[in-house]
Design a protein around this ligand. Sequence first.
Ligand SMILES: [Zn+2]
Length: 148
Amino acid sequence: MLRWSDILIFAKYSNPEPPRRLHKNEAEWAALLTPAQYRVLRQQATEPPYRNAYCRSYEPGLYLCAGCATPLFDSTTKYHAISGWPSFTQPLSKSAICYAFDEGHHMQRIEARCNCCGGHLGHVFPDGPAPGGLRYCINSESLVRVDE
Ligand SMILES: [Zn+2]
């Protein structure tokens, strides 16, 4: 189980080795993704709170990266954070996600990215539920839910 101290070490020193790496240029991404997915995954946009696909959805399944289909989260770790975005307590595996300090919007936050394609997912916060205490606040546009 990952804890906040692990996330800080990943962001500061070295991220886990990804299961694979996928590189595309921006024109390829633009052709592959919907405009809304492109804005989130490739331009670090944040979708509107509540008016997004998975905020209130608790159907069982796996959440894949919308850019490269890497499995990122399991529905069993999804919880109601009242944030307006789908929220998870843990990633599916330690190596699925990489982290970086994000100084934008006059805040210091830790950005969560797909470790395979580098797509922006959202941010991680240390105010999640016990025992891990993490809250992965993720844009619905960066995810695709599939049945397990
Ligand atoms: Zn990806």
